[in-house]
Design a protein around this ligand. Structure first.
Ligand code: OSB
Ligand code: MG
Length: 387
């Protein structure tokens, strides 16, 4: 088995302007912050993305907390060591509780590095297959219902075959009804990002007759229990996102009947390895899954596309083309939407796309390089505040 020694690690805090602000029930972002992890060894380079953003709105992590956890706790356990598989990496940071996004980012970089060392694609390494994956688009909360319908119309014209709209109390039933009325036959789903409680779930029940594919995470992020109560009142499938952090949580949700579908995001569950474990559990128990998104750059997107090619990823993922997020993506080739509403899975070694390092450097607001002999700090202008 091929193993690689980690001779150098680079950590970058990046900030990239989105083509349009993205609004959810927990906030709005127009600059996407995150971290990029680079692992170097045996003349090869592995890339991974930490999907935490500027604020702890979706989950407790932020780019800065994950920087701290990587810098002070994870990188010291990894630097200079030799890894033959990602399970070895999971063992190396076992003493670090939580912080799935930091772990997922460095794990993705190791997957890329190991796949390159073995000369195989990430898709193959993860056990995926097929040339393309079905994708959809996640539409943020718009200034008004009419603007939303027009936004959806534009995405459909671009070729997206599945639409997800973000909802929150006060911007739910009327928005969903308007989109359904304008486009009676499209694959449509809604995502509440935990904005409701059982007590105010009337709005959720009011959407039960809109022929939605699923209703994503209506209730609290830590509450699989109440989701089970709500699911029993609905015809529409509940899909859990924020509530599922592990294959164990997936089992709880399945045993309780808290959802019928699961959204898998490598960042939320601590990495591609746990994502695959959740996939396998769900496949055995008849729960279809799909790949969620965190407004990734091309680095995270490449890994998501590979993951989404596993067999039980039955529904279109939140893995849109590069131009839905960025004027210029930091990988080439950028991800482009095929006419049939799919993205093509890269076939080259590892993530199968090339990082545009000059562009990445421009997006970098802080960088540190770690070598077994001691860290070298490179200072950048400092942290810009996200507007
Ligand atoms: O809940 O799925 C979510 C983006 C940031 C945080 C949470 C979510 C999202 C999305 C965007 O819906 C999906 C994408 O990357 O296109
Ligand atoms: Mg979601």
């Amino acid at each position: 088995m091929t193993s690689v020694r980690i001779e150098q690690i680079e950590l970058r805090h990046i900030s990239m302007p989105l083509v349009a602000p993205f609004e959810t029930s927990f906030g709005s972002e127009s600059e996407r912050e995150g971290l990029i992890v680079t692992l170097r060894g045996d003349g090869l380079t592995g890339w991974g993305e930490v999907v935490a953003s500027h604020a702890p709105g979706y989950s407790p992590e932020t780019a800065q907390t994950e920087w701290h956890i990587l810098h002070d706790f994870i990188i010291p356990e990894v630097l200079g060591k030799e890894f033959a598989d990602v399970e070895g990496l999971e063992a190396a940071y076992r003493s670090v509780r939580g912080h799935p996004m930091a772990k997922a980012g460095i794990q993705a970089a190791l997957y890329d590095l190991l796949a390159k060392a073995q000369g195989v694609s990430l898709q193959k390494m993860l056990g995926g297959s097929g040339e393309t994956v079905k994708v959809g688009v996640s539409v943020g909360i718009q200034p008004g219902t009419e603007a939303l319908v027009e936004r959806v119309r534009a995405y459909l014209a671009e070729g997206y075959r599945r639409i997800k709209i973000k909802i929150k109390p006060g911007r739910d039933v009327a928005d969903a009804e308007a989109v359904r009325k304008a486009f009676p036959d499209i694959l449509l789903q809604v995502d509440a990002n935990s904005a409701y409680t059982l007590a105010d779930a009337g709005a959720i029940e009011a959407m039960d007759d809109l022929n939605l594919l699923l209703i994503e995470q209506p209730l609290a992020e830590d509450d699989i229990f109440d989701h089970a109560k709500l699911q029993s009142r609905l015809k529409t499938a509940i899909c859990l996102d924020e509530s599922i952090h592990s294959a164990r949580h997936a089992r709880w949700a399945q045993e309780l009947g808290a959802c019928r579908i699961i959204n898998i995001k490598p960042g939320r569950v601590g990495g591609l390895r746990e994502a695959a474990r959740i996939h396998d559990f769900c496949a055995e128990h008849g729960i279809p899954v799909w790949c969620g998104g965190m407004l990734e750059t091309g680095i995270g997107r490449a890994a998501n596309v590979a993951l989404a090619s596993l067999p039980n990823f039955k529904l279109p993922g939140d893995i849109s083309a590069s131009d839905r997020y960025w004027k210029e993506d930091i990988v080439e080739p950028a991800f482009a939407l095929n006419q049939d509403g799919t993205l093509t899975v890269p076939t080259g070694p590892g993530i199968g796309v090339t990082v545009r390092e000059a562009l990445l450097e421009q997006a970098t607001i802080r960088k540190e390089i770690y070598r077994p002999t001691g860290a070298r700090v490179v200072t950048f202008p400092g942290l810009r505040k996200s507007p």
